[in-house]
Design a protein around this ligand. Sequence first.
Ligand SMILES: Cc1cc2nc3c(=O)[nH]c(=O)nc-3n(C[C@H](O)[C@H](O)[C@H](O)COP(=O)(O)O)c2cc1C
Length: 188
Amino acid sequence: MNKPINILGIAGSLRRQSYNRSALRAAKQLAPEGVTVNIFEIDGIPGFNEDDEKNPPVKVVDLKKQIRAADALLIVTPEYNYSVPGVLKNAIDWASRPYGDSAWSGKPAAIMGASIGTIGTARAQYHLRQIFVFLNIFPINQPELMIGNAAERFDAQGNLTDEKTKEYIRELLQSLAEWTNRISVQTK
Ligand SMILES: Cc1cc2nc3c(=O)[nH]c(=O)nc-3n(C[C@H](O)[C@H](O)[C@H](O)COP(=O)(O)O)c2cc1C
């Protein structure tokens, strides 16, 4: 039997009614048996300053601790100007430093994102994949989950109402769980 998988979920929006934070909450509820999604909120992390990287804010210390404790990561990114939002990149940068003490290296990961546009964060997701190369994060390639036209898929309370999207999220988490098991077997 596979061991339980603990996924750390991070959404790249601070917005109260964020579709991406809502999608992450949906993922927590839709996780398959044996898989748990814990959410880390990135609000309150100050702008990265290399002068402070050896004495980071408490929230960054906590973020790095939670990344290290997780078996896998789920990053839920909005698309801002065809890329990842600065607040997400900022959190990524903090947790990658100081040099030689990155919390990210070797983690299996999945990406998804929600946008009010039709392309559903595809461009941001490919930028994130590029960032993962340097961080040595291993993302699943399939399925890709771009939630376009997000305004039609969530209700006013932020609940995901679109059944197809729920199914895609389940598939994404299942794929991440299988990938995590494969990677941990390889690295034993
Ligand atoms: C600064 C900014 C840039 C944006 N750029 C894009 C973009 O490049 N592509 C896109 O599909 N949507 C873009 N949007 C719209 C976002 O998809 C929309 O605001 C979405 O709701 C953000 O995610 P959230 O609901 O999780 O906060 C942009 C929004 C902002 C505020």
